[in-house]
Ligand binder design. Structure first.
Ligand SMILES: Cc1ncc(COP(=O)(O)O)c(C=O)c1O
Length: 396
């Protein structure tokens, strides 16, 4: 192959070098098997505190059996986008069940949580409109806002008064979208949803919540933060993911029938990208059954969460304001976070370091997530390793 000179991509080498200098360069760790509470990562058996597999459903026997049955009956793919020939009865049934679960009129499934957020915001707003968004909202929300070309107003994290001040300055007849994560993915705290819902009602905003990390974790049988806070009927757009506690892949929006039909016509990922393989849809249906039939999984997750969080705090780590199974260990400096992560891994604990742009500069951390699949022995082992490595690095 003939090489272009000068190479028009040569600037990338400088970008990568800059990441390395800042301690932000990441090598991908590779799983050699299941996404388990104990897993083989880079050929080593470790306690895995890095997955979003909250309930251990990625390997649940019911989900696996239903996926295999769907694969045998329907094949491996759908061969089309939803709006042409890629809607199977499994997709329709999954949407019906999700709407029932979330107590809304209807639901629509997207290929991922990311495109559910980005595709939805872009489909309902235009350049004349305005967004009022928590500063720590997920990247997919930010991208959706940018795609919509609406004016973006960011309020400080969970600050309802600041959101009110923004709203006071906006024309009454402008279309407004208030948006917050239900659980913030890097801090594990909850969105200020009751206060934001009140504001949305007072100022006539569309209210949207991204419950990616709350579905399967918060609320009755894992119905999410809307259920947890008793806000049914007050959130116009509920987004969830099928990629975390549900154990498979996908995202969805639950809301009014008009909203869902609009997204089926104007949600660009829905219209222009091939639908889920049937085994994925069947797996998600099985996961909804498990949420209803095995609530003890959620109880176990919360028992482990309390134990592990208290353990980290008892050792003297800064775990921020987490209220969920996501517990950050905040160290500040990105290079130090990566060093901590590497040392934990050497000692048999996989807890990924997270730096800019996933979290603000100076707020680098290790993010830990416990799952229902861990045992107390796994978690005690991890705490002992955190104690040893934390002392070694002068963190506790
Ligand atoms: C808060 C939040 N929203 C949305 C997403 C995207 O979900 P998915 O992984 O299904 O694309 C994530 C995943 O990282 C997330 O943390």
């Amino acid at each position: 192959m003939k090489k272009k000179t000068p190479d028009p991509l040569s600037f990338l080498a400088n970008e990568l070098q800059s990441l390395k200098t800042q301690g932000l360069y990441r090598r991908l760790r590779v799983l050699g098997g299941e996404q388990g509470a104990r897993a083989v990562v880079d050929d080593r058996s470790v306690v895995n505190l890095s997955s979003n597999n909250y309930l251990g459903l990625t390997t649940h026997p019911t989900l696996k059996a239903r996926a295999i049955a769907a694969l045998e009956r329907y094949g491996v793919g759908t061969g089309s986008v939803r709006t042409i020939a890629g809607t199977m009865d499994l997709h329709v049934e999954l949407e019906r069940r999700l709407a029932e679960f979330k107590q809304t009129e209807a639901a629509v499934v997207f290929q991922s949580g990311f495109v559910a957020n980005a595709g939805t915001v872009a489909a309902i707003l235009d350049k004349e409109d305005v967004v009022i968004s928590d500063e720590l909202n997920h990247a997919s929300i930010i991208d959706g806002c940018r795609l919509s070309r609406a004016t973006i107003n960011v309020f400080p994290h969970r600050d309802v008064d600041a959101a009110r001040a923004i709203l006071k300055g906006l024309p009454g007849d402008q279309r407004k979208l208030m948006i917050s994560d239900g659980v913030f993915s890097m801090d594990g705290d909850l969105g200020a949803l009751p206060g934001l819902c009140e504001l949305a009602e007072e100022y006539g905003c569309i209210m949207m919540v991204d419950d990616a990390h709350a579905s399967g974790v918060f609320g009755r049988n894992g119905r999410g933060t809307i259920d947890h806070f008793g806000l049914h009927g007050r959130v116009d757009i509920q987004v969830g993911t099928l990629s975390k506690a549900i154990g498979a892949l996908g995202g969805y929006v639950a809301g009014s029938r008009d909203l869902i039909e609009h997204l089926q016509h104007r949600g660009r990922p829905f219209v222009f990208s091939t639908s889920h393989p049937p085994a994925v849809a069947a797996t998600c249906l099985a996961a909804l059954d498990v949420l209803l039939e095995e609530p003890e999984l959620i109880d176990r997750l919360w028992g482990h969460t309390r134990f592990f969080k208290a353990g980290l705090q008892g050792l003297g780590f800064d775990t921020g304001a987490s209220e969920s199974p996501i517990t950050p260990v905040i160290v500040g400096d990105a290079a130090l976070a990566m060093q901590l992560s590497d040392r934990l891994f050497d000692e048999g604990v996989f807890a990924q370091g997270i730096g800019f742009p996933t979290v603000p500069r100076g707020k680098a951390r290790i993010r830990t997530i416990v799952t229902a699949g861990h045992t107390r022995e796994d978690l005690q082992f991890a705490l002992d390793v955190f104690a040893k490595v934390g002392r070694e690095l002068g963190l506790v």
